[in-house]
Design a protein around this ligand. Structure first.
Ligand SMILES: Nc1ncnc2c1ncn2[C@@H]1O[C@H](COP(=O)(O)OP(=O)(O)OP(=O)(O)O)[C@@H](O)[C@H]1O
Ligand SMILES: [Mg+2]
Length: 361
């Protein structure tokens, strides 16, 4: 199928719309084909989910493939958490409903599986066991990807991951890809000696797509459509967002929509401004729903871009922030809610577009 706009901003539409990741795809396919489970960890929007789908395209030839996204329930929770309107009470009720749910994997007649939520924990556990018994009883090899896997740690019923691990051990024909974006939570399960999955999987990190390969991919579409394409402008875009896939896709998608070529750094910057402006009211509400201390920290990080030491005296004085201990704990909370991200270089606003909006305040 030929797409009108070749730059996807969600989902997966086949290898022609998927840039590179050849080595990573091969790594995943090889691990699963050789009976190794994989843990795939990268920050939000690097392209984990896309990569899993790209590998599944190949694995489909030899395996039944199952893709589950645990984030779906937690997302509803996060949105409801922010509501402070009269809808709150309804929200709370829904919230407790979601919290009492467990994801269950139900076998269907055709050998595939349905992912559903079930109210009764005991029943859910039985279903999990049934599911693995069922998989084990079949000859067919199965590849199961569980996306946003760190979220199992937030399930009210503790020990979901240990339970899962205990079943997985005895199902030789099923192999797993555990993908997640929260490194410390994933590490606690897979890397820590105390974790239930300690040394049981192959660890895989995901870096941004190579700049040259990405340039070639984007240029192919523009030039193929008889549009102009400036490598310099692309490089400007790539560098501005540190090569993070989703931002680059979003900007290219929009420039393509305008019916133009990719011509200049200025055009890239104007398009970035356009996208940031569109999200204005969302960002405004998002900011306003944080505590006063959290708001001032978000603004300060947005202004400075990268903050090496979040509770450092310089940073605090420059931005007239509260005491170091307050800043430290507020920053930790913001990081837990994916509003700040702690990279090797320091704290950044996780959503880069949000960061640009904050900078402008
Ligand atoms: N290699 C690629 N080439 C082109 N587009 C890609 C590639 N990988 C991902 N994308 C696109 O980039 C966007 C973000 O990718 P994806 O959803 O896979 O990231 P993610 O790491 O799973 O993010 P999140 O943590 O938010 O779930 C999607 O729209 C996807 O279609
Ligand atoms: Mg994803």
């Amino acid at each position: 199928m030929k797409l009108d706009n070749p730059f996807l901003i969600r989902g997966y539409a086949g290898p022609e719309y998927f840039c590179d990741r050849a080595a990573e795809t091969q790594q995943l396919v090889s691990a699963i084909s050789n009976g190794r489970d994989v843990t795939l960890v990268a920050p939000r929007r690097y392209g984990k989910t896309g990569l899993v789908h790209n590998a599944f395209r190949i694995l489909e030839k030899t395996h039944a493939t199952v893709y589950l996204d645990i984030f779906a329930i937690e997302f509803a929770t996060a949105v409801l958490d922010r509501l402070d309107s009269p809808a709150e009470r309804v929200g709370r009720k829904l919230l407790s409903f979601f919290r009492s749910c467990r994801p269950t994997l139900t076998p269907k007649d055709d050998g595939s599986f349905a992912f559903s939520f079930d109210l009764a924990p005991s029943q859910a556990k039985a279903t999990l066991k049934d599911t693995f018994d069922y998989i084990a009883s079949r000859r067919r090899k199965v590849a199961i990807a569980i996306d946003e896997f760190q979220q199992v740690r937030e399930f009210p019923e503790k020990g979901t991951e240990a339970l899962l691990r205990s079943y997985i051990q005895f199902v030789p024909n099923a192999h797993f890809i555990f993908a997640g974006s929260r490194k410390h939570m994933m590490d606690a399960m897979f890397v820590s000696p105390k974790g239930p999955f300690y040394q049981s999987t192959q660890l895989m990190a995901l870096s941004p797509i190579d700049a040259g390969k990405y340039d070639e991919f984007a240029a192919g579409f523009f030039r193929g459509d008889r549009r102009t394409f400036s490598d310099g402008a692309f490089r400007h875009l790539y560098d501005r967002f540190a090569g993070i896939t989703w931002y680059i896709q979003s900007i290219l998608n929009r420039i393509w929509t305008h019916g133009r070529g990719l011509d200049s750094a200025q055009q890239v910057d104007d398009t970035v401004d356009e996208l940031v402006a569109e999200a204005e009211s969302f960002y405004f509400d998002l900011l306003r729903s944080q505590t006063a201390a959290e708001q001032s920290i978000l603004k300060a990080v947005g202004r400075e871009g990268v903050v090496k030491s979040i509770s450092g005296g310089d940073f605090i004085t420059r931005n007239a922030l509260p005491a170091a201990s307050t800043v430290r704990s507020a920053a930790a909370k913001l990081a837990e809610r994916d509003l700040l991200y702690r990279s090797d270089a320091g704290y950044v606003v996780y959503d880069r577009f949000f960061g640009l909006w904050l900078k402008r305040l």
